[in-house]
Design a binder for this molecule. Sequence first.
Ligand code: AMP
Length: 368
Amino acid sequence: MTVGIVGAGQLGRMLALAGYPLGLDFLCLDPARDAPAGQVAPLLSGAFTDRRLLTRLARRCEVVTFDWENVPVASLATMRRAHRARICPPVAALATGQDRVAEKRLFCRLGIPTTRWQAVASRAELTRALRTIGLPGVLKTRRLGYDGKGQAVVGSAADAAHAWEKLGGVPLLYEERVPFDCEVSIIGARSTRGEVVVYPLCGNVHAQGILRVTRAPYGPRAWQARAAGYLGRLLRHFNYAGVLTIEFFVRRGRLIANEIAPRVHNSGHWTIEGAATSQFENHLRAILGLPLGETRALGHSAMINLIGAIPPRARLLAVPRLHLHDYGKQPRPGRKVGHVTLVEASAARRDAYALKLLEDLAAGVGFP
Ligand code: AMP
C-alpha cells in the first residue's frame, strides 16, 4: 500500500520512517531534490503545481497526505477531482489553516476562544483595528506565515507604520498581543472510521517565533479536558481524518486558540519515544482507516529543536538516554535541522535535565 506525501520535509521523513514497520510504501513530491523525506523514500522532484507529477502521485497512491501547510489547495483539489484521489486530512482543513482570517472565523463559529482580531486590507483599516483592538498587538499576513515569519509586533503608532511598510500590500490580520503565561498545544487523531484519540497536552516555548522546546505531559487536567473538547469540535466540523493540532496561549488559566495545523506537528515529535504510539504512526493509521494506537505518555518528555546546525553527533550521543533525529538538511541560520528527545521518570528530573542540555547547546531558553 503506497501513501503519497505532498511535501518531503522532515515531517514527511518521519511519517515514512513510522510507516515502514507497518509495511507501507511512500512516494513524495517536492521541488527540492535534497528534501529530507526524499532521502528515505522515492521522490517526484518538481513543483507542487506540476500537473504531470500530481497525476503520477494520484495514480500510484491509495491515499495522499501532505506535510506542509502551504501546499497549494488547488493542486490537491485537482488530484481529487481529476483522479478521484483520496486526500487526507480534508482539503477544507488545509484551506482554513492557510488563512488566518478563515481560522479565526471558524474558532468563533465553534465557540473556541481566540484573540481579539480584525482583518486589515488597507492603511485605514489598520488605523481602525488599532483603535478597536488597542496596543500592543501583532500584525500578521493572512497567508504564508510560519515560524514567526510574516508578522510584526506593534507597540506604538510608529511601530504600526513600520509594520505596514514591512507587511502591507498583502491581506493582513491585526490581533491583540496576549501577555501569555505559557503556550500549549493539543494533538489528536481521527480515523476515517471516526475513531478519535488525543495526546497529553504539550507545553511549548518559542523564541523569535520558532518552537524551541516542548514538554509533555504538561499543565493541569482541566486544561487537557478543555483543549481536547475544542479539538473534538474541529475534528467533527471537518469530518477529519489524520492528525490535527491546535496551538493555544494560556493566560490566567484561560486557553486562547492561536492557530491550527492540519498535520503532524513539531510539538508532537516527543511522541516518537515518549508515547505509546507516535503522532506519525497514528496519522498513517488514521488516514488508512486502521485502528488508532494508544496515546498514553511513557514518561515525562522534553523535545528540543536543533536550529541552524546539528552539534557534533558524538557530543549529543554521549548524553545518556538522549534520542537524536537528524533531518539530513543543510545548515542555515534559523532552520530546523533536527531535534533531540529525552524521556525521564519525573517532570522535575526532565526539566533539570532539559535545562542543562539547553545551556550546553547555548540556546538561551528558560521555562515558564
Ligand atoms: P504564529 O506564527 O502565529 O504561531 O506565531 C508564532 C509565535 O509568535 C507564537 O507561538 C507566539 O510565541 C508568538 N505570537 C504570535 N502571535 C501572538 C500574539 N497575538 N500574542 C502573543 N504572542 C504571539
